[in-house]
Design a protein around this ligand. Sequence first.
Ligand SMILES: *Cc1c(COP(=O)(O)O)cnc(C)c1O
Length: 232
Amino acid sequence: MTSVVSEYRRILEQIAEAAGRAGRDPGEVRLVAVSKFHPAEAVAELARAGHSDFGENYVQEALDKQQALADFPIRWHFIGAPQTNKAKYIVGRFHLVHSLDSVKLARELDRRCSGKEVRQPVLIQVNLGGEVQKAGVAPEGLGELAQDVLARPWLDLQGLMCMPPLDGDASTNRALFARLREMSRELRREFGVDLPHLSMGMSHDFQEAVEEGATLIRIGTRIFGERPSKRS
Ligand SMILES: *Cc1c(COP(=O)(O)O)cnc(C)c1O
């Protein structure tokens, strides 16, 4: 077994343990392996071991990998900050977009979906890190954005995503995860919708995220090792 696969298996065990501590069914938590900057071959290795959910941040890199790995039954997740002019390359090509954070982007995704007649599942990314972060809608703007997305026929809102500041420790982040869960609960109540997903938790804090209700966790470094600084 390669180190990527053994580390992957270890993470699955830790997810199951964290779910157990919180009285949750481990089957509710899906691991998204974040492969940005890592070569298609690294993805193939994990796909051969039976893994199917992979996350990418950059449209062109993701499309290249989709093409190279077309023979594998992979569900691709778009987790990066999407530029509006890339919307046409995103819709219909990703199982889930985790990073919707503006009305402008919602409008463009919806328009592109309508052209292709595909419905696109999305999550709204919330900025819980305050001013140091750019990505994500501010918590005050969440209700308005959710209302906009829910009214768009081609977008299927499935939940919320957050990415705490990278320097936050796991216990600080735990409080942010709990806050995201509460925000989701409030939206469900306000709009009477079902929002099944919470995408939260990365290499250094996924166990806390699972304990706080994550259904999708996004792990790169722990599986694939440090990212090469440039795309290869
Ligand atoms: C890169 C990235 C991850 C993975 O981070 P690791 O610390 O390598 O696990 C998760 N989510 C998003 C949005 C990312 O950009």
